[in-house]
Design a binder for this molecule. Structure first.
Ligand code: DC
Length: 335
């Protein structure tokens, strides 16, 4: 007989979330252990004391695990315990080497699996990489570092100070005197320039093109790369950018290259900016995206490029949920 363990978490105590999480957990356990449903003799669930909305065992039955005996229990409330967590033990008749499965932040329960994890997400503007990176950070309870925001803040400073974005020495001088910080408030990244929150301002189109220009300069890149490595060296995080998998973190545990057609990317940027009330022209945005791709991928140092060992995710025909699920499936198969 084999005993396989698994755990997952839910974002809130809600029946739909419980059903979704239980189904995903059991399907992952079955697929990673090459199990057929009727080989599972029993499923024993426990859930933390903050879960009341639904029996995990019932969710398992509804997910099609009908031939196993099922049981759910509630755990005592333990100070400092992982909240909203569902655990399961599967008893299987066959002797196999078990592959335990810990999803959605429950990974922290396993010391052997809880080592620092770095995920690199690279790709062109509007590919969906930042949405995916944010989703990963949320689901795995790790930090999200938007490296583009760092180049954008540098570009904004240059624009405001009247320093030519092509003038490398001028930009370096400027950066020497400026304090660039990335901080987190309620899990949301804020970019601060000398203490001023510029998170919104750096998203404006003129800053995008200027960011691409300042990011060509080797000394600017060196400065940013150092900062990014320092953060990634200290904690589990997902970084998105252009050169994360190739230059910043060549040893990242997971590397993804997210892409989409230029037209789809321009449509996304258009929707994003108009929703924020900016008056933008679609064709201009499309041209800017094409120009920026060209500048980012042809620069001499750390160009936008897929790392040899990165997995390509083309999001042209995928929704946000589908893109994130594709990436999490790949990560889930390894952790
Ligand atoms: O991801 P973004 O659109 O916010 O990035 C803005 C610019 O910054 C992008 O055109 C190129 C540059 N960049 C870079 O060179 N390296 C990174 N790791 C991230 C961004």
């Amino acid at each position: 007989m084999t005993v396989i363990r698994g755990a997952t978490t839910i974002p809130q105590d809600d029946a739909i979330e419980i059903k979704k999480a239980v189904k995903e957990l059991l399907e992952q356990i079955a697929s990673r252990n090459d199990l057929k449903r009727d080989e599972i003799m029993s499923l024993v669930f426990s859930s933390t004391a903050d879960i009341h909305a639904y029996y995990p065992a019932k969710a398992a039955r509804e997910a099609g695990f009908v031939s196993s005996s099922l049981f759910s229990a509630q755990e005592p409330e333990i100070d400092g315990g992982l909240p909203l967590c569902i655990r399961v033990m599967l008893f299987v008749e066959r002797n196999i080497t078990p592959r335990h499965v810990y999803l959605r932040g429950a990974r922290v329960l396993r010391k052997d699996l809880a080592d620092k994890i770095n995920i690199a997400v690279d790709g062109p503007a509007g590919s969906g990489k930042s949405t995916i990176a944010k989703g990963l950070a949320r689901d795995y309870h790790i930090l999200y570092l938007d490296t583009g925001a760092m180049y954008r803040a540098c570009a904004l400073k240059a624009l405001e100070s009247g320093v030519d974005v092509e003038d490398e020495a001028g930009i370096v001088d400027l950066m020497r005197d400026v304090k660039l910080d990335v901080v987190y408030e309620d899990g949301v990244q804020k970019t601060l320039l000398d203490g001023r929150d510029v998170s919104e301002e750096i998203r404006k189109p003129p800053v995008s093109m200027a960011a691409s220009s300042v990011s060509k300069h080797p000394s600017v890149r060196m400065h940013m790369t150092e900062k990014q490595r320092e953060i990634a060296g200290r904690m589990s995080c997902v970084l998105d950018g252009r050169d994360i998998g190739t230059v910043v973190l060549p040893e990242a545990d997971f590397k993804f290259y997210v892409t989409a057609s230029p037209r789809v990317r321009a449509q996304r940027r258009y929707a994003e900016l108009t929703a924020k009330g900016y008056a933008v022209d679609f064709d201009e945005l499309l041209q800017e995206i094409i120009r920026r791709d060209e500048q980012d991928s042809t620069r001499a140092l750390a160009p936008l490029k897929k790392a040899d060992d990165a997995v390509v995710v083309d999001t042209s025909d995928l929704t946000i949920e589908e893109s994130l699920a594709a990436v999490e499936k790949i990560i889930g198969e390894k952790i």
